[in-house]
Design a binder for this molecule. Structure first.
Ligand SMILES: [Zn+2]
Length: 75
């Protein structure tokens, strides 16, 4: 599921204020948020009940990807 405009704005604000550090792997500050939610589950057969909705933000320089819990961000 894609983020809507309000969710994109909330994520951008979070990345500009709270999570505004350079990449831990290469030191670059060139992040690219994914536009789709990702659902993580320990057991894929239980995906509908126990999945955690996250947003991937990738470093454009080295490719490291970090995950943000959408619920913790209020989106
Ligand atoms: Zn990097």
């Amino acid at each position: 599921m894609a983020l809507n405009n309000k969710q994109r704005e909330s994520l951008a604000t979070h990345l500009d204020t709270v999570a505004n550090k350079p990449c831990q792997m290469c030191g670059a500050s060139d992040w690219e948020p994914d536009d789709e939610f990702l659902y993580l589950s320990e057991d894929p057969t239980q995906m509908g009940r126990f999945a955690v909705r996250v947003i991937t933000v990738g470093c454009r320089n080295c490719g490291q990807a970090v995950l943000f819990n959408a619920r913790a961000l209020g989106i």
